[in-house]
Design a protein. Structure first.
Length: 521
């Protein structure tokens, strides 16, 4: 009778897990689709695709222990489950996939805690924590990290080149080696080394040492290790450029050198682990040896019928069903069309004459806007202001405004004096909030202003964008919005007041025209 109960409990457990899997897949299907076909396709995050296999292995490796421990459902799992559902709506309506990913992790954690209990989760806590490595960083964090890593790697690469005896100096992310200028692009930022090495260091430390301080050393050391190796790669590219030409910085050779250096870095990491294992307190048996050691046969856990029919199952399934029904039954984002297309935006505005420009195909694909206008205007003195506006009829994960402070600081540009200000748009003193920054690249300086017209509001930060997108989707069923950006050169022998005045005069002329194109509140 006990055997039959155990078998039935096992079948019931698998059926319960299957039901939860179907509900979670249905709720998060858009997030899964974006994760697999977009995020995992990015060069910086291709390693994320193997994380689910690593998680499944870690759980399978604990199968005997899990089978011998009785499940003890606990209402404590409702806390992460409810938090996960709340974050799902924030991410879904606010247009932020990372928040949706984190909500997925909380929901999985909550369901496991509800049904398995704390004792079982204690044995697979590392596997559950590793799930977070499946998800890429938020775009604004990813861009800032990539930018900082490019600057550090560029500086380190130039120092190595100079030690080698090669004349080199740096302007932002541009390295001048005399015969050529090498640009440190995103592929050379070091992010493709840093995150995989951090994940690898975490997993390797978990298996090969049992002391937490040694694990911390291995994990933390992956950061400077990745940066130094990337700086070395940049320096080698500069050295070989003099010998073999542009092939050193592109194509097969460039990609192969990256893989070779990554493998060398992994070897250094294993050498570090072997050294740490010789330090006190010494390892008596490695984690891998313990895993290979014979394990006692699993003792079947007693089947608690109260646990199987626990009301936590009813409550958690009801919450997930309600979330699925609401997400599918209500249209939270109506597509709001523009009043007029930007193709009709005038090329003559007051005393300014413009030339219409266009973005390349890759950039258009990345920005994913519905309509845009990019025009170089000049005043009667020939002074230029670049005008750019982009419109989105609805914003969601993968289709939302890209902030200039994450897009522009590339190709050697550095933001200075960045902050929020008020931009006058009429002679009567009317003004709007805007972000202002001075961009520098070598001796070139430009003044930039940008802001986000969003359903009757003028916003200036990514956090405001996400918060009001969530609120307006919930209350008004619309998330349309735009980005407006003005950039003017700071000409030689020109004071900053003159360039400020030029932008303000142009804003007074062009901002009122936007009301003829952008939807109001």
């Amino acid at each position: 009778m006990t055997t039959n109960n155990t078998k039935f409990g096992s079948v019931y457990g698998w059926m319960t897990a299957g039901l939860y899997a179907c509900l979670i897949l249905a709720i998060y299907r858009n997030a899964f689709r974006w994760l697999v076909f977009h995020d995992w396709a990015r060069d910086d995050y291709t390693h994320c695709a193997i994380i689910p296999l690593a998680v499944l292995y870690l759980i399978w490796e604990k199968r005997r222990v899990l089978a011998s421990v009785a499940s003890k459902p606990t209402w404590a799992g409702l806390l992460p489950l409810a938090a996960g559902i709340c974050l799902f709506w924030l991410g879904e309506l606010g247009g932020e996939f990372f928040m949706t990913y984190f909500s997925l992790w909380l929901v999985v954690l909550g369901v496991c805690l509800l049904h398995l209990g704390r004792e079982k989760l204690k044995h697979i806590r590392f596997a559950l924590f590793l799930i977070l490595a499946m998800f890429p960083l938020p775009n604004f964090i990813n861009s800032k990290m990539s930018m900082q890593l490019k600057l550090i790697s560029s500086q380190l690469g130039v120092s190595m080149l100079q030690l080698w005896g090669t004349a080199a100096y740096r302007e932002g992310n541009i390295i001048d080696i005399g015969i050529e200028k090498l640009q440190v692009v995103d592929a050379c930022s070091g992010l493709r080394y840093l995150i995989p090495l951090m994940v690898l260091g975490l997993v390797v430390a978990y298996f090969f040492t049992k002391h937490n301080w040694k694990r911390a050393v291995v994990f933390i050391s992956s950061v400077p290790l990745a940066i130094v190796v990337n700086g070395f790669r940049i320096a080698m590219t500069g050295i070989l450029y003099n010998s073999i030409g542009p092939e050193a910085a592109e194509g097969f050779f460039h990609g192969f050198s990256g893989w070779l250096l990554f493998l060398m870095t992994v070897s250094v990491m294993f050498g570090e682990i072997m050294l740490l294992r010789k330090l006190p307190p010494r390892e008596t048996m490695s984690e891998m040896a313990r895993l290979r050691a014979p394990q006692p046969p699993a003792m079947p856990a007693p089947v608690a019928w109260k646990a199987i029919l626990h009301p936590t199952f009813v409550v958690s399934v009801a919450l997930l069903f309600a979330t699925l029904a609401l997400s599918q039954g209500i249209e939270f984002r109506r597509k709001i069309p523009m009043k007029k297309p930007f193709s009709s935006f005038p090329l003559q505005v007051s005393g300014w004459k413009g030339i219409r420009l266009s973005l390349d195909g890759e950039m258009l694909k990345e920005m994913n806007m519905n309509d845009y206008s990019l025009i170089d205007y000049k005043d009667q003195a020939g002074r230029q202001v670049n005008f750019y506006v982009a419109y989105y009829d609805n914003q969601q994960g993968g289709t939302s405004v890209h902030t200039p402070d994450t897009c522009l600081p590339g190709s050697g540009w550095i933001f200075r004096d960045s902050g929020k200000t008020m931009l006058p748009i009429s002679a009567d003193g009317t003004s709007i909030p805007a972000k202002r920054a001075v961009m520098e690249q070598g001796t070139t300086r430009e003044l930039a202003y940008y802001w986000f017209p969003q359903r009757g509001r003028t916003l200036t930060s990514i956090f405001e964008l996400k918060l009001f997108a969530f609120w307006d989707a919930l209350i008004r069923q619309r998330t349309d919005g735009a980005l407006v950006r003005l950039i003017t050169p700071i000409y030689p022998n020109e004071s900053s007041e003159e360039s400020e005045k030029r932008v303000q005069e142009f804003a007074e002329a062009v901002v009122p025209l936007l009301k003829q194109y952008l939807p109001g509140n």
